[in-house]
Design a protein around this ligand. Sequence first.
Ligand SMILES: Nc1ncnc2c1ncn2[C@@H]1O[C@H](COP(=O)(O)OP(=O)(O)OP(=O)(O)O)[C@@H](O)[C@H]1O
Ligand SMILES: [Mg+2]
Length: 500
Amino acid sequence: MLPVVSLDPESALHVSIDHLLEGVQVIGFDWTYLYVNETAARHGERSVHDLVGVTMMHAYPGIDTTPLFRALHRVMTSRQSEELVNEFTYPTGATRWFELRIQPVPVGVCVLSLDITERRTAELQLQQTQKMETVGQLVGGIVHDFNNSLTVMMGNADLVTMRLGQDHPASGELQEIAQAAEQAAALTQQLLAFARKRHTRRHAVAPGEVLGHLEPLLRRLLPRNVGLQLVRAHDGACVWADRTQLEQIVLNLVVNARDAMPTGGTVTMGVHLELPAGTGRAAPDGLAGTVVLSVADTGTGMTPEIQARIFEAFFTTKAEGRGTGLGLAVVREVVEQLGGTIDVASAPGAGSTFTIRLPQSLRGEAPARRREPSGAPSGREAVLLVDGAPGVRSFARTVLQRSGYQVIDAESAEAALRSVTGAGAPVDLLVTDLVLPGMDGAQLAIRLRDDFPDVRAVFLSGDGRQAGVDLPAGADVLEKPFTAHALLVRVRDVLNARPA
Ligand SMILES: Nc1ncnc2c1ncn2[C@@H]1O[C@H](COP(=O)(O)OP(=O)(O)OP(=O)(O)O)[C@@H](O)[C@H]1O
Ligand SMILES: [Mg+2]
């Protein structure tokens, strides 16, 4: 039951006006506040008492130079109402957005104000999201072709190196080519991760173990005057993630730390487990903690203005060509995908510390993938190789043939089926691009099983779009660009996993 209140009309009006969503103010011809309701006072961060009876210039020194005042002035003199959207800056420097309606009244002007800050922020965020979606579509569109080109570059550099031998005078230059292609591949991965197109395969991974494995690689990235420390407590604590996501996070943070220390310093990476309060030392079953991952440097640090923008996509303070400004945007994207948070503490001259908190996963560690053996494995099995890109096809064919495999190649699923069905020859393994003109790689694998029930498959993927293709559970995917070694290892692994 709603309470029944009896008030005289004037009191009822006052109570109601004070509780309106809109601020109401009446300003006299001499700029004195004649009436201010509670909401308007709140909008101005003053009390009604502070405002009524004083002039605007007295209450807000400097207000007579603002666009808002000019609008009020126009209405005062012209007696024509106006509407405007205005950003009001408080003495603290904070700002809020208001929709204002200014109307002439017999005693001066009346201003109705509506706080639209939240709505405006949401609109701006939506615009930003739409912009990033467009970027994502663009990226997804070119990445497939781009990764094909990279496979050909990296692959052929590999092949020439093998042919000439490591001691050949040109091997240095070849390595440069391979490295440049790898950098381009890393950038592609960043863009893809950003566009959320990367298909991730999550399992329980221990960040402590990932950092341990990355350490030697990271050391090579750092110049001699930069030290690297790894502090680990609760090494085995796991999070539910794709291993490469964690590697990507750490790599980005360490490279940033390096760039912030042009005259040397120390990078300290840390991992520890935080348990829910009051649970003692060991996490009881079913009560997960937080895995805290940190990367600290002793570098230049950041001003609050820079700090406020570092997670924006394409924000960089680095020279043209040195930074794309995607690093931290990707890091934050990935951390959020994993249900975590990222914080930064920094001050000019005092270095920076990035802290990432991820929910602990109590699921047991999934069996780790076998490490790549050093020699390239070989075999004699029959491989059906399908890829629409001639360069990729010829590189993969050369690699597989040199290692002893019998290779039949085709540019489409339909052509592949024509060349093997009814030919009487066996097919042990299908190596196919997922995205093909016509029938896709996954459909081809299913069709092929009609004729060769034991056939295994390795799917090549160039744009992380396999999320859109129906892949059988546990399908083996090899991301483009890949090296000769990676192809041979994967092919052997999958063939060995066949039931005897
Ligand atoms: N550890 C750090 N110390 C000082 N400034 C940093 C640090 N990490 C990031 N920044 C600042 O944040 C900006 C954005 O970083 P981000 O990693 O997103 O892009 P980038 O490093 O400039 O380019 P990219 O990572 O794409 O090559 C940097 O340009 C730099 O100004
Ligand atoms: Mg960076």
